[in-house]
Design a protein around this ligand. Structure first.
Ligand SMILES: Cc1ncc(C[n+]2csc(CCOP(=O)(O)OP(=O)(O)O)c2C)c(N)n1
Ligand SMILES: [Mg+2]
Length: 358
């Protein structure tokens, strides 16, 4: 229903919560107060852990890290719409999604500390590890959803990626197969305006990214990606479609990356500080605080308490990740293939020999 009403070709965009925190009551999903507060908590956890990761990287305690500031709403909203048995296939900027699913903070930190164990997620979480090659995981998501359909199982797959991924061949192949096979998969594109230094207009001549859905035979929708309710509603609708045999859907969440692409990026070289300041007014926490405050579910004191609690959780997470045994150099050969191919076995042997000599 929502997908028809908000057909991108009609030029509409789904928004429930506007930047002033005013909700469209007709659209507002029926969520209890505990869930409304949980949305805030998860967004704040994401915001604070993200900031901590940036600091840790600066202190030399974490490797290159991709900040998520500004994109919390679509991740938290979409993840909360899923059942715990639905699969999550993320790219690399999905901290909010991972926290909602319950990926341990230690695992998240180990990954960005360069430890292979950060990719060993508890199987029951049904959350794939980080995928750095842009767009590549769209194929895994489509394949997993095809397998679900083939086995007549009832789960669905949420595949999350950025605007830049839509320029990759893998994206095209994944959506082609998913469409033809009616695979139960939701493609959630976080259009954050930039693919490192490349603006959207330099990589897409279509009016919108959601327009692309029609070519793959699936419905598309554009949503305000800084509105958790829009993400929740669109994901729920896509999920119902997927689970009732209707096939895949495409969601374009319009958001904005407030921070640098990664901690090794200098965004000042390709975008103005004015642009970032202008976009900051639309970020999700501001509007969500206003919304909760109007419902008497937020106060500065309560947020301070929550921030302190989250701070302790972060400190403990960092301590447990930093006290974990450091990775061995040869680990890099061990986890890519089930059985190590001969050329890598030779390289591993050479590395071990060189390490012995040192
Ligand atoms: C196949 C591939 N090409 C290039 C890169 C380098 N790279 C990393 S992120 C990125 C841009 C991704 O932009 P987008 O998909 O919009 O996601 P965002 O970073 O904005 O979240 C590029 C080009 C890569 N990781 N993989
Ligand atoms: Mg992007």
């Amino acid at each position: 229903m929502i997908f028809e009403e908000y057909d991108p070709l009609k030029g509409r965009r789904l928004q429930v919560l506007d930047p002033d925190g005013q909700a469209d009551e007709k659209l507002l999903p029926d969520l209890d107060d505990a869930t409304l507060k949980l949305i805030f908590r998860r967004m704040l956890e994401t915001r604070l852990l993200d900031a901590a990761c940036r600091t840790l990287q600066r202190e030399g305690r974490l490797g290159t890290y991709p900040p998520v500031e500004g994109q919390e709403a679509c991740q938290v909203g979409a993840a909360l719409a899923l059942a715990q048995t639905d699969w999550i296939v993320p790219s690399f900027r999905e901290l909010g999604l991972s926290l909602v699913r319950g990926v341990p903070i230690k695992t998240i930190l180990l990954y960005w500390m360069g430890n292979e164990e950060g990719s060993a997620l508890p199987k029951k979480l049904r959350h794939l590890p980080v995928a750095i090659p842009v767009g590549s995981h769209c194929l895994h998501a489509a394949g997993m959803a095809m397998a679900i359909r083939y086995r007549k199982e009832s789960d669905a797959v949420l595949c999350v990626f950025g605007d830049g991924a839509t320029s990759e061949g893998d994206f095209h192949e994944a959506l082609t197969f998913a469409g033809v096979q009616k695979a139960p998969v939701i493609f959630l594109c976080q259009n954050n305006a930039w693919a490192i230094s490349v603006p959207l207009k330099a990589q897409c001549a279509a009016k919108t990214l959601a327009d692309k859905a029609v070519g793959y035979g699936m419905p598309g929708i554009r949503i305000d990606g800084n509105d958790p309710f829009a993400a929740y509603l669109a994901t729920k609708a896509a999920l119902e479609r997927a689970k009732s045999g209707g096939g895949p859907s495409f969601i374009e969440a319009i958001t904005y990356r407030l921070g640098p692409h990664t901690t090794s990026d200098d965004p000042g070289r390709y975008r103005s500080a004015e642009e970032v300041e202008r976009m900051r007014a639309f970020e999700p926490l501001i509007r969500y605080r206003r919304f909760l405050k109007d419902r008497k579910l937020w106060s500065q004191d309560r947020e301070d308490e929550l921030s302190a609690e989250i701070g302790t959780w972060i400190d403990e997470g960092v301590k447990s990740a930093e006290s974990h045994p450091a990775p061995k150099p040869e680990d890099m050969f061990d986890y890519l293939f089930a059985e190590i191919p001969p050329f890598l076995a030779r390289q591993k042997a050479a590395l071990l020999a060189a390490l012995k000599e040192d």
